[in-house]
Design a binder for this molecule. Structure first.
Ligand code: PEP
Ligand code: MN
Length: 340
């Protein structure tokens, strides 16, 4: 339920309303927006008398939220959420509310030279964050599983050298101590509904990049975000990375509509991963531009200094030069969009 307040509400009356709601075991989440202050109510609101609340001088309206996700709901928080990533050992960067994230780096960390060279190259090309997998969810148990703790150590070295905030995937909550200096934690598509992991991440204060599951609906993605937010962590960025359809010419099918659909339903930022969505390097630039035009809050793109010899996802990886060219096109497109 959401209580929309009139402008400049009487403070004493507001305090009384909040105390009364809290005494009925309702959590009250106030949001001071640009145009209106609202109170988001979480708990069993079924017994509250809406007409009684609506009759208060300070209240303009009361709206019941039908959707099962509350914290993530735009009705609960009308303004875009801006997630700040980094700042402890890196240059802070913002995602959402007009701040565009350009996240780039290899699928997997493979060596010190590889991650540091790619980090320097993507930074020069305009990346705002560095990606790189240390714990890799691979379909085959015989495929390269990532450098694990050593991979995180090398990412932190690249973070220190470039100042870029880093994002890397967690596969199990037991790995959390290794993520102490990681700027943003990625929950991969295969773990989107690992609810125990999501609950534990909800108790951290790290920004989370939550990828949509291979066969998950938009509502399921929002419910997974809700798991993290219900624990107290509001710093969630959603990522559409392609879903399974009957089409086989691309690795997955990019759901571009997810960008405006999510923007309507949630205040959380939405980034697009055109690399896993297509599996084909040649398709990464056109889909990046399409995602930007659709209003995405950022892109996460796989870049490798030697795609032909990458240990993971070489065919979908851009070279640093191709990424630099794409980065210029994205900037130009955003510039053009800002003028119309
Ligand atoms: C990745 O980003 O490296 C990855 C494994 O992505 P996804 O979980 O979307 O498949
Ligand atoms: Mn990959």
């Amino acid at each position: 339920m959401v209580v929309l307040l009139r402008s400049n509400p009487n403070e004493k009356q507001l305090e009384n309303l909040v105390h009364w709601l809290e005494s009925r075991n309702i959590e009250v989440h106030p949001t001071v927006g640009a145009s209106q202050t609202i109170l988001g109510l979480i708990g069993d609101t079924s017994t509250l008398d809406i007409d009684l609340i609506r009759a208060l001088d300070i209240v303009e309206d009361v709206v019941r939220i039908q959707e099962p996700y509350k914290n993530a709901n735009r009705k609960f928080h009308p303004d875009d959420t801006v997630v700040t990533v980094g700042g402890k050992n890196s240059t802070p960067t913002k995602i959402g509310g007009g701040n565009f994230a350009m996240i780039a780096g290899p699928c997997s960390v493979e060596s010190e030279a590889q991650i540091c060279d790619v980090a320097a190259a993507v930074k020069t090309a305009g990346a705002t964050m560095l990606r790189g997998g240390a714990f890799k969810p691979r379909t085959s148990p015989y495929a390269f599983q990532g450098m694990r703790a050593e991979g995180i150590r090398l990412l932190l070295e690249a973070q220190e050298k470039t100042g870029l905030p880093i994002v890397t995937e967690i596969m199990d909550a037991d790995q959390l101590p290794l993520f102490e200096d990681v700027d943003m934690i990625q929950v991969g598509a295969r773990n989107m509904q690992n609810f125990e992991l999501l609950k534990k991440l909800g108790h951290t204060d790290k920004p989370i990049l939550l990828k949509r599951g291979l066969s998950s609906t938009i509502e399921e993605l929002l419910m997974s975000a809700e798991y993290i937010m219900a624990g107290g962590n509001q710093n969630v960025v959603l990522c559409e990375r392609g879903i399974r359809t009957f089409e086989t010419v691309t690795r997955n099918t990019l759901d571009i509509a997810a960008v405006p659909v999510l923007h309507g339903r949630t205040h959380l930022p939405v980034v697009i991963d055109p690399s896993h969505a297509t599996g084909v390097a040649r398709l990464v630039a056109p889909l990046s531009l399409a995602a930007t035009a659709a209003g995405a809050d950022g892109l996460i793109i796989e870049v490798h200094n030697d795609p032909a010899h990458a240990l993971c996802d070489g065919p979908q990886s851009l070279t640093p030069d191709a990424f630099a060219a794409l980065s210029k096109q994205v900037d130009a497109l955003r510039g053009a969009m800002a003028t119309v």
